[in-house]
Design a protein around this ligand. Structure first.
Ligand code: FE2
Length: 295
């Protein structure tokens, strides 16, 4: 609940997403990590896949690769992905679905377009967020939370001008079904032109907004933030004010969490606390101790 004394956070930096090629050659828009922004504790990466209209056979994925020490959260808006891992786990993601994978001690997995989708082509659009794990959880057994769109809470304002998909945390009275290792907020807002919303955020959360499409007026100062830009909010209030520009609808991700404030040793798909732990992860991967995908 926001009290009468609640105050709106202001916007600090705004960074542009950078076009990057990932996996077997799919293009992502990446607000971080980039030379401008290394990480946003407790978050390590955000990629927007597409949106792209893909022709038959054009969809690309990320073939077998390992992860250790953090979580990958995949949220699809359009298109279909197929997932397989070294522990025999397999799953599919379609429009609106979320997969929250806690890699923990390690998995080797592949994230590929579903075969029929790759064959026919179509619109591909989605997000992958990397959430760091605290030292105590880095070597936990891997776990999956797979949520079809129908199980993800969606709430609307009474006038229907604001819709929010609650992937983690709470908004407009709806509470997420995902269980997170540390407190996380992951909301997808859709606002009608000129609509506005004030989202409460706990004081100890670091929060950012990523504009997917449209134009937002954000924070206390109503800073204009365009599609493909990420706004880092200051820790100076307990509400984030979001408004859509009058001319177009707004799609925006609001993501936050309690910073871990632990040392980060990072090498590609491994994120640990020390260089020695990275060396151990590489050794475990190379010697097959993270397993292999059985075909
Ligand atoms: Fe991956």
């Amino acid at each position: 609940m926001s009290s009468p004394s609640s105050s709106s956070r202001s916007v600090g930096r705004v960074v542009d997403g950078v076009r990057t090629v990932e996996g077997a050659g799919f293009v992502v828009r990446r607000p971080f990590p980039t030379p401008a922004l290394d990480q946003f504790d407790p978050f390590l990466l955000l990629d927007e896949m597409g949106p792209a209209e893909l022709g038959p056979g054009e969809a690309k994925g990320a073939p077998d690769h390992p992860h250790r020490g953090f979580e990958t959260v995949t949220y699809m808006l359009d298109g279909r992905l197929e997932h397989r891992d070294s522990r025999g786990h397999a799953g599919k993601l379609g429009p609106g679905d979320v997969q929250w994978m806690t890699a923990g001690a390690g998995v080797v997995h592949s994230e590929m377009p579903e075969e029929s989708f790759a064959r026919s082509g179509g619109r591909m659009h989605g997000f992958q967020l990397w959430v760091n794990l605290p030292r105590r959880d880095k070597m936990m057994p891997p776990r999956y939370q797979e949520l079809p769109a129908a199980r993800i809470p969606v709430a609307r304002t009474a006038d229907g001008a604001v819709t929010v998909t609650v992937i983690a945390g709470e908004s407009l009275g709806a509470r997420a079904v995902i269980d997170t290792r540390t407190p996380i907020l992951y909301l997808h807002f859709r606002l009608a032109p000129a609509a506005r919303i004030a989202q409460p955020v706990p004081r100890d959360f670091r929060v950012f907004a990523y504009v997917v499409s449209g134009e937002a007026a954000l924070g206390q100062e109503k800073r204009v933030v365009a599609g493909g830009q990420m706004a880092l909010l200051e820790d100076d209030g307990d509400v984030v004010s979001i408004a859509a520009a009058p001319g177009s609808p707004l799609s925006l991700l609001l993501i936050g969490g309690v910073p871990l404030r632990e040392p980060i040793a990072r090498y590609g798909p491994f994120v640990m606390n020390t260089r020695a732990e990275i060396a151990q992860a590489m050794d475990d991967y190379r010697s097959g101790r993270m397993g292999r995908i059985q075909s």
